[in-house]
Design a protein around this ligand. Sequence first.
Ligand code: T5A
Length: 214
Amino acid sequence: MTRGKFITLEGIEGAGKSTATKFVCAWLQERAVVVRLTREPGGTPLAERVRQIVLERGTETLSPVTETLLMFAARALHVQSVILPALTRGEWVVCDRFTDATWAYQGSGRGVDAGLLGTLAAAVHGGLEPDCTLLFDLPAATGLARARARSGSGADRFEAETVAFFEKVRAGYLARARAEPRRFRVLDAAAPLADVERAIGSALKGLLSQEVTA
Ligand code: T5A
């Protein structure tokens, strides 16, 4: 059986990833692809509990390294229980965030050492990398305004960060996209939804045609 494709969606808060996952899944299903939609942090019952810990604005401070370890703990559960089994069954996995988020948020945003991130990524998912990463790029102020309009006073620990923090995260994402142009497709997420969806469709067409010609 052919291994499925692994598609990740990345970007700062309010970039439109969750909205786009629905479009990606529907687009693939219309073409008879079996899709497994999932997200990080989360994707398994225990990993979803870790998600609550990292998102809640509790009284206990999480250091950048603690935050990083929690992200990778959740990811280890997710990769072993959900992502690898689905890919092995030939399903396509559509994942709202993966390790690029750790490089962007904990690495570029919080300043966690790249050596540590590389070691943890290798230990947790070895040779597993996304086949395609859709990066939803937009100015931090625009994304945050969208996210806060939706969350209101219920903003989570990340949404409560400053625009300057998210500009560092955005720069981290764009640097990764420049370093791996074949894997990343950078989309203008400030554009009207119809334009964003057209760009997603074009990226997915490319991925599907690789499958046919492989
Ligand atoms: N995190 C995660 C790390 O720090 N390290 C890691 O390793 C990982 C995996 C997860 C948090 O954890 C952090 C990053 C995050 O802070 P999350 O809920 O997955 O949290 O991520 P968020 O970015 O917070 O999710 P959001 O829901 O805020 O953003 P989305 O999914 O990008 O945006 P979406 O689709 O919900 O859209 C937001 C609003 O904008 C509108 C939508 O209708 C919605 O109201 N919208 C548009 N409006 C106009 N034009 C468009 N093109 C639009 N697209 C969407």
